[in-house]
Ligand binder design. Sequence first.
Ligand code: MG
Length: 248
Amino acid sequence: MITIKSKREISLMRDSGRVAASVLEELKRIVEPGITTAELDKVAERMIRKAGGEPAFLGYQGFPASICASVNSEVVHGIPGLRRLAEGDIISIDLGVVLKGYYSDTAITIGVGRISPEAVRLLDVTRASLEKGIAAMRVGGHLSDISHAVQTHVEANGFSVVYSYAGHGIGTAMHEEPQVPNLGPPGHGPRLQRGMVLAIEPMVNLGAAEVEVDDDGWTVRTEDGSLSAHFEHSVALGEDGPEILTIL
Ligand code: MG
């Protein structure tokens, strides 16, 4: 069942989303060659708790950290650790916050120092595909209109959409119905209604779409070793259109 959120609930989700956005803003500021992903995780946890929230990922199905930190060919669910970021790396940081019982979920891919023109383009196309997906979220439209908008933009630019993972509804749980795939024909799935809140999260590979999971049981990486990017926002649908909640 897809839950419809009241104005009061969306307001609470806005508060949660603002905390998540402020953490990503800070992480973006401090990412530089030499910093470890564990240090980024510590900063995120401290900021979330200071804001009165809890890290939604920590302990989720046993996940050991507050952020997912996925570097280069890692797609999602990378575990923070002692790895030091190097000039030219790209790092996808995904984080969730729960504040007063309401979840927010957001992700960004950041370049470490100077990155290759190819990597810049991957980040630009992935970010833009999220924007296209959000723009396709209209009252009376269909869920797969979002999926189609993401896929169309990514493939028009010669990259691949990861099909093994999808976005999701979000609210009083991190993962609610419906699943929000990043590909598919338009005009399918449930009708979009005011009060729906979706986490839309394109994962885009520079090479082929196939991914595999590491021996750690979490880290998802591209099968062909190509770079991968991930951008995500939690988005509420209002009468006048979509509203990004994970924003300052
Ligand atoms: Mg998500």
